[in-house]
Structures are given as C-alpha cells and as structure tokens.
Design a protein around this ligand. Structure first.
Ligand SMILES: Cc1cc2nc3c(=O)[nH]c(=O)nc-3n(C[C@H](O)[C@H](O)[C@H](O)COP(=O)(O)OP(=O)(O)OC[C@H]3O[C@@H](n4cnc5c(N)ncnc54)[C@H](O)[C@@H]3O)c2cc1C
Length: 376
C-alpha cells in the first residue's frame, strides 16, 4: 500500500480548498467523497466575495449571482432595502457547482478524487493514519484532514473542536423560476421565525429558500413559515422539495489539530452562529490548514498548533462576539430589527459584514461606544 502525504475526508468546500492548496504545494493528496458529483447540497449559497483572496484562480465561473440589493422584512412587512451596488460584496453559488469547480482545480494540481466513496473507519497507527472505506479498501496516509461536515463523528473521537456541539436547525427548499425575486436581490425575513430567520437567494433559473433557528433545537414549524414566506416570494406554499439538516455552529475557541490531523469547515464547528455563514470559514480553514500542514509535512512539528491559533485569531475571535450577539438578537429580535437593521448606517454596515470586511467584534465595539457616549 503506497502512503499518501495527505488524505482528506470530504470533498465539500473545506476539503476541496485544502486539496487545492496542498496539491499545489506538491504533496500527494487523496480526497474521499461520499456523494456523487452534482448532488444538490442544502445551502443558501451566499458567499462573501472576499473569499476570492484565498485562491489564485478566478472563482467567477462558479458564481450564479452577484448581489447588489438586500431586502429585509419583519413579518413580511416593515421593509428595509440595502443598496450594495457600489460594493457588490456578496455572491450566490450553487454549492454542488462551487464544490465541483474547486475540486476540478485541485485535480488540475494533481489531487486524486475518489467518489462516490465513504470513509468508515480511521485509526492512528505509529506514524500514519489508516483509513478503511465502505468498499473495504484501505488507505495509509502521513496526515489526515477531517472535512466531512456537520455529521462527522471523528473530531470528537480525536479530541478536536467543541466537546459540546451546538447546532442550527434548518429547512431548505430549491425552487425553479424566480417568483418575484429580482436578479441581484437577496431577501432576509426576521419576524416569522422564532430564534432565527428565513432567506431567499437567487441562483441560475431558480431560488434557494430556507429557514434556520439558532437557539434551541427545533424550528417551530417550518411548513407554517414557508406557507407565508413562499407566497410572498411569488411561489406556491408547496413548491419544491424540503431538506432538513442540523448545521454544526461555532461553540467556543477549541483545539482543531492533533498529531498529523486537522479538522476544517463544519467538521471543526466553524460556522457563524448568528447568520450561518459557513462557506467562508470552510474555505478559509481549508486554506490555512493546507498552509500549516505543508510546513508540518516538511518537518516543522509545531506547525499544526499554529493552525489552531490562526483560526482562533482570524475567525474565532469574531465568532465569540457573533455568538453573544446571536443570544441577544434572537431573544429580542424585534428590538434588534429596529435598533440594528433599521439604522440609517445599516446598508453600509451590512455590506461590510457580508463582504467579511467587518467582524462581529467591530460591531460590538461600535455598539458599546455608542452606549457609553449616550450615557455621558
Ligand atoms: C440550509 C443551509 C443553508 C446554508 N446557507 C449558507 C449560506 O447561504 N452561506 C454560507 O456561507 N453558509 C451557508 N450554510 C453553511 C454551509 O453550507 C456550510 O458551513 C458549508 O457547507 C461547510 O462546508 P464543509 O466543506 O465543511 O462541509 P460540507 O459542505 O458538508 O462537505 C462535507 C462533505 O463530506 C462528505 N462526507 C460526509 N461523510 C463522509 C464520509 N464518511 N466519507 C467521505 N465523504 C464524506 C459529504 O458528502 C460532503 O460533500 C448553510 C447551511 C445549511 C444547512
């Protein structure tokens, strides 16, 4: 059995991003992906345009829409429109297209993709990792990247990520046709969903609609919400097929590496606990993990600890504030809507948040300063 430098479990956004950068650095990389290409993934597909910085190739072939308007509503009323035309910071992708595009780029750099194939068992033996797949095939690798999403059992087994995992509960629908949603427009609805929000994002020839709850474990009744939201978007309440999924969200600063192993993306519980932004941290963690694994493979024994530190600093610090903001906002959403989204400066701030130029920490500091100033 030949030993790989890196074996990546999961060819989603995180796994494909890591595969590309590691293969480009000259390593022998294999990705094992359970599902066939083009399987529709439950995901709104909203992605900060700033992720372009993480790749040396153009991402636009995988982008369906560039968003220049974001519309917010409270119980389908009290609308606020943020015009983002100047900045265009927010793109919409179909995840099956993005993941496939990234994986193709990784393959061009020499990464091997085995698909559809499911990894079933992982064991550490001396200096290597042994992976057994559903077809009985076994692989050996010097290092391992765990990138198999929210259902992964391996981070816990190897002591990576939070001990207590937190989840957003989601229902998503992909619809054919645009209804009354205009091209280049994204929609967020806050009042209808208890402890969360509903969204509608345009894709090529269709719309991704979804409902997500961020506190507690249940969506009150996603069909009741869709009964109101879909007609407001110009669709029949029963249009489209529903997919229900639990999305692992950020829950504290945690160790994301072990001996020759890292967890990335949803498997590492990186998804934003306020807005469910998970594509950017998946791509970012894939890119950072590749950078530090490259050093580790070249003999720097402390490099993987630097991966954890880097993700804590560049992502976790903001998510700590995001988590606090979510706890307050979703408990008092009407107040949050009035004081946050309806402020005159909101469109600019929203553009900065969606583009990733502003962190939750920046927002919290502004709010604190405003409160202090008001009390003087
Ligand atoms: C309804 C919904 C809407 C969302 N909307 C947005 C949004 O608009 N914007 C945003 O930024 N984020 C959004 N997210 C979050 C985002 O989708 C995730 O954070 C992102 O997919 C994480 O990417 P990943 O590569 O870590 O995991 P995944 O995309 O889940 O990829 C993991 C891969 O591993 C494979 N796999 C699983 N088990 C195995 C195994 N045993 N062997 C081999 N392969 C395996 C899976 O088939 C999958 O392809 C949304 C999530 C949901 C559920």
């Amino acid at each position: 059995m030949s030993t790989r430098d890196v074996l990546i479990i999961g060819g989603g956004a995180a796994g494909a991003s890591a595969a590309f950068h590691l293969a480009k650095a000259g390593h022998k990389v294999t990705v094992i992906e359970k599902k066939s290409t083009n399987t529709i993934k439950a995901c709104g597909g909203g992605m900060a345009a700033s992720v372009q910085r993480l790749f040396p190739f153009d991402l636009s072939p995988a982008v369906d829409e560039v968003i220049n308007k974001v519309e917010f509503s409270w119980c389908l009323d009290d609308r606020v429109v943020a015009d983002l035309a100047e900045t265009s910071p927010f793109w919409i992708v179909r995840r099956e297209m993005l993941d496939c595009y990234l994986m193709n780029q990784a393959s061009l750099e020499g990464a091997e993709l085995l698909q559809p194939l499911s990894a079933e068992k992982i064991e550490r033996e001396k200096d290597s990792w042994q992976i057994t797949c559903s077809n009985g095939k076994q692989f050996e690798s010097r290092s391992l990247v765990i990138a198999n999403g929210s259902k992964s059992q391996w981070p816990r087994k190897f002591g990576l990520g939070p001990k207590k995992q937190k989840h957003a509960v989601t229902t998503s629908v992909r619809l054919n046709g645009k209804g009354n949603l205009k091209g280049g427009s994204a929609r967020f609805e806050f009042g209808l969903v208890h402890h969360g929000f509903a969204w509608a994002f345009p894709i090529a020839n269709g719309v991704n609609v979804g409902v997500g709850t961020f506190i507690g474990r249940e969506i009150a009744d996603s069909q009741k919400i869709l009964d109101k939201f879909l007609p407001d978007l110009g669709f029949d309440p029963n249009d489209g097929e529903r997919k229900h999924s639990n999305l692992r969200i950020w829950n504290g600063q945690n160790v994301l590496h072990g001996e020759g192993v890292v967890a990335i993306g949803d498997a590492a519980s990186l998804c934003d606990p306020f807005l469910a932004e998970g594509i950017r941290p998946a791509l970012m963690s894939g890119c950072n993990a590749a950078h530090f694994l490259n050093r580790w493979l070249k003999g720097d024994n402390n490099a993987l600890a630097s991966y954890t530190q880097c993700m804590q600093k560049d992502w976790g610090a903001s998510m700590a504030w995001g988590s606090r903001i979510a706890q307050v906002f979703y408990r008092f959403p009407k107040v949050g809507y009035q004081l946050g989204i309806k402020r005159p400066t909101a469109p600019e701030r929203i553009a900065q948040i969606l583009s990733g130029e502003m962190s939750y920490g920046d927002i919290a500091q502004r709010v604190i300063k405003r409160l202090l100033f008001q009390n003087q």
